[in-house]
Write a protein that binds this ligand. Sequence first.
Ligand code: HEM
Length: 449
Amino acid sequence: RRKLRLPPGSYGLPFIGETLQLISAYKSANPEPFMDERVRRYGSIFMTHVFGEATVFSADPELNRFILQNEGKLLDCSYPGSISNLLGKHSLLLMKGALHKRMHSLTMSFANSSILKDHLLHDIDRLIGLNLDTWSDRVTLMDQAKKITFELTVKQLMSFDPDQWTESLRKEYVLVIEGFFTLPLPLFSTTYRRAIKARTKVAEALTLVVRQRREEYNEGKGKKSDMLGALLASGDHFSDEQIVDFLLALLVAGYETTSTIMTLAVKFLTETPLALAQLKEEHDQIRARSDPGAPLEWTDYKSMVFTQHVVNETLRVANIIGGIFRRATTDINIKGYTIPKGWKVFASFRAVHLNPEYYKDARTFNPWRWQSNSSEAANPANVYTPFGGGPRLCPGYELARVVLSVFLHRFVTRFSWVPAEEDKLVFFPTTRTQKRYPIIVKRRSANHV
Ligand code: HEM
């Protein structure tokens, strides 16, 4: 028998472990109830048994960093089968080893700052502007943010501007996304079965696009500088199925994440008038430097210093990705404990982001804490990981920042607004507001476009 020193904790009840406690805890208004209670009892590393698996939970920044950095060496990413089916086996999120490394760097290079600067920024600005043109009176911000995010991703992946085809793709795609948030019980859940059907339809539509672009590529015409173009030109001879899974995973990965942060940034700003005033001033100054209708330039984006504080703080307080799961591929001895081979590990980013040891009044939205002269600016890098880290660092992190900043720019310079109804932030089954944040918008004067 192996001699193991397991972290403290409890297996809970036979078979179901502490699953019910986990689910019911997250129905409270507290963002980290399950973790908070156990961290108090056992410390920042503890074991439990949830969703049928023995799991070590970490609220410890050093262990979280170790988990991220050792991906592919001592640990592997691990998703339930129901999620893998929706993603498709060739998705970047499921790839491992050398192929993962290659495809991760291809994705990173597709959304790096020079590409963003040279052409993506203008596309993002134009498409956000077109969406905002249609807004009047009552707008459900979360729904609109999702529409914007979807259209931007389709443009970046395949160079399509929004039209009837993208809209019908979006309707199917929304059904796929719902499948990610149902309990993984494929036989019993109609939402899940509907999601699988919708995935087939989305994949069929994307396959047609890939085939047509491949033909054009082989004939040497119509080369486009989008993700699909990069995949066709990569020399790896990817099959249609591989490319479709890959594109679909990129659509999924940036969708809920970016749109939720867009919505919650507006909610937090609305509730923090001083921050909103400072943000407006920053953006009004940018508008004052150029014609009212002029597109945003890279230098404008780089001058949005307070906006970055707002984005950082929204990601800290209410990131939809509370942490990441991995599976230990060998016994891991760390910090005096053993994580046995085959066990799951959950590195909780949120538990660190909301720990008062690192962030004063940690549960309060305070964008000024990101100013370079604040004490928190000296925190080590491992206490702020909204985009993960290591070999699976989010390849869309820079893109997401640009999208969020451009959205805030166009939104605050074009509109004033008030919440249409009381709406509450909840953390279960995902981070969102209960009513998808309805607001009443009013256009500001004509030179704010
Ligand atoms: C606010 C927005 C976003 C947040 C908070 C976010 C967060 C994250 C996090 C934490 C991970 C690491 C997952 C892990 O280690 O298992 C990740 C991975 C990933 N993200 Fe993002 N993301 C955002 C936007 C985007 C966008 C816009 C894209 C589109 C290009 C994207 C594409 C991906 C992909 C493909 C992965 C998987 C990487 C891999 O497994 O190698 N993300 N994201």
